[in-house]
Design a protein around this ligand. Structure first.
Ligand code: GCU
Length: 653
């Protein structure tokens, strides 16, 4: 089967490809812009010329120039007067993004007048982290938490020889605003460690395939590299020989990849090596690597996902949710300017509902990047439709303190764990493409309305779609995250998944495990007391208004109640329902919503390319089976625990 064209189908270029365009400027990305236009014109009868002259009769002018200070390298202006649309960018990347802006607008880009608009990304770094292994891992497979087949970059133990798909990927993700990719798993195993040194040539090949679309390549490295690759006795970040080793290795990386983005590091996390072994801090570790990349203009993304994964489940004072804040806030101000602390958006691990991490906003002296998960590890593993735009939007618009939003606080970038593999549809579930697209667009503008982003994706992916198809797709996707939330773990408590692979329900799967992921359900109630007054004190890690709001079950928002509080099954929510009745109702509703979505999808047969329609239809069967399984297990579990019958007498086992 041919690779799906996702949101850049041939027809998306109809408007621009049937116009006369002038491209003014020189450079490799300007060449890309020209190539894109030439291909579009080849299909739709327009023309494209290069140079400063001959623009008199052009419908579209794309030009390098403009105010470098106002636009930066990536911004552009867009204006329309009768008969002429003009995009001006100070940097080449800006011109490329300007072109894709015009492509997105389609015909609209050429009609009527429009005063000059300035478009600039809020965040300079918009990155996808691939959790790809080069060698197939015995437990995790090739792509850790990957649900879209094998790796796009690596096959049979090597970088792919044919990088055509990688090029196509670069093009796709550039079209939604992504400008950086990390090409290997944060858990760096033995084979992958060598990408840093003797196998850097393979990374350089991939970087070469992504570069024409303005995408810089980053690499995950192991903190123990000086030991495992360099033969040194220690990886101590303050040891001179270790520092010299990193400086040398990094210089060679830049010889191979002059525009290399930098390192991604998971250290002292879930068993990975890190500075703790030598009694050093995370700032010591990050700064040592930051010093190695600084002369070359690189950045270190140091992950804040640090917690005790060997905790005693009987110890109710240790709280995994507290860990990132407790580890890192005392280090605020100590990180080098090119060391970015990469924080997961919630304090736990990409659950369907979590509060925003209290670390975000609590480290004003540190550059933070915020990490979300496009790969649907805990949200249906790309077998379920779960459009995450609304969740990410809530996170990005959250204001930890008065004024500044998470999207603005993420000065070090917005990062998503990629949901892409070598699957012909890119993302396994064809509708999972919407997540990839939405991430790019929200990273560019965290304030964007997610519903509008969804419609934009629909418009591009299904060009010239009849209204019924547009409305149907919108229906199927728009509420799917909330639907997923309804039939899985209730009220923010999280987890309840099968241990290890994390698919499907297992209410107590992690209850007596060392991972710090508990719900504490007993015959009287459920939830984790994270209040300052009687619980773990986690609620007090927030700035005042939120700390106060979360502290009391009376003011805590319903959807997070069980994340913050242990309450009785009879506790009455703001909605007026008891917790137990809420559990029953949402689980029945969630399944009904999946049934409805499946019907809507079925009604779209004939309007969607058959292969795509068939794939989604098949996946809906599995989603429905799984949703029913979740409903029945969760409802039965809580009925048996509480003894409280469903007010509506529905079937519970
Ligand atoms: C989750 C995920 C792991 C991953 C980890 C991380 O725990 O299950 O596979 O390695 O996150 O973000 O580092």
């Amino acid at each position: 089967m041919e690779t799906d064209q996702a949101w850049l189908p041939t027809a998306a270029f109809r408007a621009v490809g049937s116009r006369h365009t002038l491209v003014h400027g020189t450079g490799p990305l300007v060449d890309t812009v020209h190539r894109e236009l030439a291909a579009g014109c080849g299909r739709f009868g327009g023309s494209v010329v290069r140079g400063a002259e001959g623009g008199g009769s052009c419908d579209l002018v794309l030009e390098l120039g403009g105010d470098a200070e106002a636009l930066g390298d990536e911004g552009f202006t867009y204006a329309r007067e009768v008969g002429r649309t003009t995009v001006t960018a100070a940097g080449q990347r800006g011109l490329l993004y300007g072109l894709f802006h015009v492509v997105r607008l389609g015909e609209e880009a050429f009609h009527g007048e429009r005063a000059q608009e300035i478009h600039r990304p809020t965040t300079a770094l918009r990155m996808l982290d691939h959790w790809d292994n080069v060698a197939v891992h015995p437990v995790m497979g090739q792509v850790e938490r990957g649900y879209a087949g094998g790796s796009l970059f690596w096959a049979d133990g090597w970088a792919r020889g044919d990088l055509e798909r990688v090029r196509a990927y670069g093009r796709l993700i550039a079209a939604c605003g992504i400008n950086a990719v990390a090409v290997n798993n944060v858990n760096v195993h033995e084979t992958e460690a060598h990408l840093l040194t003797d196998r850097i040539g393979e990374v350089a090949d991939i970087a070469g395939a992504l570069r024409p679309y303005g995408i810089r390549t980053h690499l995950s490295v192991t903190f123990a590299a000086p030991v495992v690759l360099g033969g040194l006795p220690t990886a101590d970040p303050l040891d001179e020989a270790v520092r010299a080793w990193w400086a040398g290795a990094t210089a060679r990386v830049y010889e191979a990849i002059p525009d290399f983005g930098g390192y991604v590091v998971k250290a002292d996390s879930e068993g990975r090596p890190g500075p703790f072994a030598d009694g050093r801090s995370h700032a010591d570790g990050a700064n040592m690597l930051a010093a190695a990349v600084a002369p070359h203009g690189g950045t270190v993304h140091w992950r804040a996902f640090v917690y005790d994964h060997r905790q005693d489940w009987g110890d109710r004072t240790t709280d995994r949710a507290r860990a990132a804040y407790d580890h890192f806030v005392p280090l605020d101000g100590e990180f080098a300017p090119n060391a970015v602390l990469q924080v997961k958006h919630g304090p736990m691990d990409f659950q369907v509902r979590e509060p925003v991490s209290p670390l975000i906003g609590a480290m004003p002296g540190t550059r933070l990047a915020v990490e979300v998960q496009a790969t649907q590890e805990y949200t249906g593993q790309q077998r379920h439709v779960c459009w995450l735009g609304p969740m990410w939007s809530e996170v990005l618009r959250f204001r930890p303190e008065e004024g500044v939003s998470v999207g603005e606080l993420a000065r070090g970038g917005l990062v998503a764990v990629s949901n892409v593999g070598d699957d012909p549809f890119w993302t396994g579930h064809p509708l999972g493409q919407a997540n990839l697209y939405a991430f790019g667009r929200l990273a560019w503008n965290p304030d964007a309305d997610p519903g509008a982003v969804l419609d934009e994706w629909i418009g591009l992916t299904f060009p010239e779609a009849p209204e019924r198809l547009v409305a149907g797709l919108h229906d199927v996707l728009d509420g799917s995250w909330r639907t997923y939330e309804k039939y899985t773990a209730p009220l923010g408590v999280g987890w309840m998944v099968q241990p290890g692979h994390h698919y499907g329900p297992s209410v107590d799967g992690y209850e007596y495990s060392p991972w710090g992921t508990y719900h504490f359900a007993d015959r009287d109630g459920i939830g984790v007391d994270r209040s300052a007054a009687t619980g773990t004190g986690y609620a007090a890690q927030y700035a005042k208004p939120w700390a106060e709001l979360y502290e009391s079950p009376e003011t805590c928002p319903d959807e997070l109640l069980l994340f913050f509080h242990h309450v009785s099954y009879g506790h009455v929510l703001k909605s007026g329902k008891t917790v137990i009745q809420h559990i029953y109702d949402t689980h029945f509703e969630g399944v009904e919503e999946v049934e409805e979505a499946r019907e809507v999808w079925a009604s779209l047969a004939g309007l969607v390319v058959p292969a795509r329609h068939a794939r989604v239809t098949e996946l809906f069967e599995e989603q429905l089976r799984s949703a029913r399984e979740w409903r029945d297990q969760i409802n039965s579990y809580f009925f048996r625990k509480s003894g409280v019958p469903d007010a509506h007498g529905r079937r519970i086992y």
